[in-house]
Write a protein that binds this ligand. Structure first.
Ligand code: ADP
Ligand code: MG
Length: 483
């Protein structure tokens, strides 16, 4: 008998959560990773009583797949850990159930790696392995290159500049400052630059670092050694020795004075010596409010290139490329569906693709349009979401009246709620700025745009606001977009 530690004193009642955690561990080891990640891990557990374990999912597809494909494995583990050879399980579907793991799955990178890991890949030869180790030691993520970046109107300026810099580091644009919204390919391009340079000039010393890692490294040295000038110099010298410095996500540099000084020193030194610097940010330097002026002006010295969200055709092309790379077979109509539904962020496109890949690997058959809609929560748009509805939701959430959101009050909490409602109206409906303005008490279109932009920017650094908006979006999505 295995000792599971699951029994309570009287040996009759078993804690369902604990039991499920044992079963999960067991299944994780004996099931294919994509199936486990997709169908099993996100399950919730409701109860274990009279030998019946009740599990929850929010998707009818999973309940069916689990019964058909995995019931043998689950029963085996359940009977082992409950020590009840007759134990059974039931999966109930509750469309409002959200698992913390579902959120995790939205991060496509994690998942696609796992999917990849289970696919058979040709063994690399030693030279290739050395090359990979070599690049990784500089912080470069070798999966990103220029060849697997889809170029279009939305990013061709950034792409061209990145290629230029990769071909002639230190000569063309210095610094190159790439900016654009999350998931639009900044990290991809910056790594492609690094990879290209390392292949062409393996003698150059190159460093890819995110601003957070840079700050952490610096703060740690300063903290551990109480500002020891010797170590500080060592840190600075290390970066001064670099030929190509790639710094990702400088928007997070906001307000870190100590780090800003060091960056400035390093930056100035490298720049004066003709070393290439590439910087990325989710906004242009002028919109990083707490950037010191001298650093801002340095960032603006070279070339600023914006990456915009890809157009519909480009989104389709990206999907096709990624599907091919990951050996996922999708019909044209499913590709169209994803490209229509996810418009602002390539990472979301990949997330959608990966969720479908999980389904395909479990079902072992192509995904139909209907199944794709269900998996991606794009099923029936049951009711049409109007701006009035958004105002109602937002007012309710902030415990205000819809009329207050449309009115003129400048009270802080009312303005916040009003801005959030305007932001969501712009994000979630197809209404134009003037149309939104009319409903929000006949406000001008510029006022609406200001409220939208302001909220969009503020939520980047104001965590409370971000959570409020996320919660509201989820509430709305449940009513309007769920299955
Ligand atoms: P950012 O750094 O701007 O937040 P990333 O570079 O991490 O975005 O891109 C997110 C994902 O989208 C990556 O997997 C990247 O390969 C992919 N991606 C973004 N733009 C493109 C593109 N134009 N072509 C191919 N893949 C892209
Ligand atoms: Mg990035």
């Amino acid at each position: 008998m295995v000792s599971t530690g699951l029994d309570t004193q009287d040996n009759r009642e078993i804690n369902a959560d604990l039991l499920w955690s044992y079963i999960l561990k067991d299944l994780e080891n004996c099931m294919p990773t994509p199936s486990y990640e997709m169908a099993i891990k996100p399950l919730g557990v409701r109860s274990f009583s009279e030998g019946n374990l009740t599990l929850i999912t929010n998707k009818a597809i999973w309940s069916k797949a689990i019964k058909e494909k995995f019931s043998g494995e689950i029963l085996r583990a359940l009977r082992k850990y409950s020590r009840n050879p007759e134990a059974i399980f039931t999966v109930i579907v509750d469309k409002y159930y959200t698992s913390k793991y579902i959120v995790e799955l939205e991060k496509p990178e994690d998942y696609s790696n796992k999917v990849k890991a289970t696919q058979t890949q040709l063994p690399l030869n030693e030279i290739q392995i050395d090359a990979l180790k070599f690049m990784s030691s500089y912080g470069i993520n070798v999966k990103y290159n220029f060849e697997n970046f889809v170029v279009s109107q939305s990013n061709k300026l950034a792409y061209g500049a990145a290629k230029g810099v990769a071909n002639e580091p230190g000569k063309l644009y210095n610094p190159l400052f790439l900016w654009g919204g999350a998931g639009l390919g900044k990290t991809h391009l910056v790594n492609a630059i690094g990879k290209h340079i390392l292949i062409k000039h393996p003698d150059l010393k190159l460093k890819y670092i995110t601003i957070n890692d840079f700050t952490n490294e610096f703060t740690k040295i300063m903290y551990q050694y109480k500002g020891n000038p010797h170590l500080k110099n060592e840190f600075i010298n290390k970066y001064r020795n670099i030929d190509v410095l790639l710094i990702d996500d400088v928007q997070f540099l906001e307000g870190r004075d100590g780090t800003q000084n060091e960056i400035f020193t390093i930056f100035d030194f490298l720049h004066r010596n003709g070393k290439q610097i590439v910087i990325t940010s989710d906004r242009p330097p002028k919109d990083i409010p707490t950037l010191t002026d001298r650093l801002r002006s340095r960032f603006e010295w070279g070339m600023l290139a914006e990456i915009k969200p890809p157009e519909f055709e480009t989104r389709k092309e990206i999907l096709k490329l990624k599907a091919k790379q990951n050996e996922i077979n999708l019909s044209q109509e499913v590709i169209d569906l994803i490209a229509k539904a996810f418009t602002q962020n390539v990472r979301e496109l990949e997330g959608a693709l990966n969720r479908l890949a999980g389904y395909i690997s479990i079902e072992e058959k192509p995904v139909s349009l209907e199944a794709a809609k269900e998996i991606l929560n794009l099923n029936t748009i049951a009711k049409k979401l109007t701006i009035e509805e958004i105002i109602k939701f937002t007012a309710e959430y902030y415990k205000l009246e819809p009329s207050e959101l449309k009115g003129d009050s400048r009270a802080k909490e009312i303005v916040t709620a009003r801005y959030v409602a305007i932001y969501l109206s712009r994000e979630l409906t197809k209404a134009s700025l003037p149309q939104i303005g009319t409903i929000f008490g006949n406000r001008k279109h510029a006022t609406i745009l200001y409220a939208y932009e302001k909220t969009k920017e503020q939520k980047e650094y104001d965590q409370n606001l971000r959570i409020e908006i996320q919660t509201l979006r989820q509430k709305i999505a449940r009513e309007y977009f769920c299955t």
